[in-house]
Ligand binder design. Sequence first.
Ligand code: FE2
Ligand code: FE2
Length: 203
Amino acid sequence: MTHSKRTKTFTLGLKLATDPSWVNIAEMSIEDILVDHAYCEQKATSSTISLIVKFPEKEELVEQLTPIVAEEWHHFKLVMDELRKRGLRLGMRRADRYVKALQSIVKTGGTRDDQLLEKLLVGALIEARSCERFRLLWKYLDDQVLRDFYHEMMVAEAGHYKLYLRLANLYLPAEMVEYRWRELLAQEADIMNVLPPRHDRLH
Ligand SMILES: [Fe+2]
Ligand SMILES: [Fe+2]
């Protein structure tokens, strides 16, 4: 694979680390970053609700994910607060090339448990990548208020990442989870390799 030389072990298992210089271009278009972030939180809220209503028979999943819906929507509000403080507005929803690319590697069909595994692991991947980008914003932004804000986001999304993996292991055999997780990590690295970080997007 072309990215193999750049591959290194990174936080939360991700195989391809984002170049921290992305923050330099991101902070010059912080309005775009915040608007994109708001929609990421909206999508996280929507996809968590979808997961609950798709698998109502999984009691632990329903119990654990219900408060996450509120948390993701609270994140949306916090991003809106940051926009407002800066005299900025939400703006229109943007195309999400990262999530679109991830959807193309999701396996369709199979049993309900196969589908559950795909959804939980892709959820974990998105949380992990968001967390990785938030970490860079926390570490390298000049704006101290936003640094604190992104530290809070990083910690929360790391918790969600762990929860998705924990639920996958609760409902599916550990070897199956591990095998598919490794596959998805490799595929996600390939996606990141062809989707360089943009100044106006979180992913
Ligand atoms: Fe969130
Ligand atoms: Fe999250």
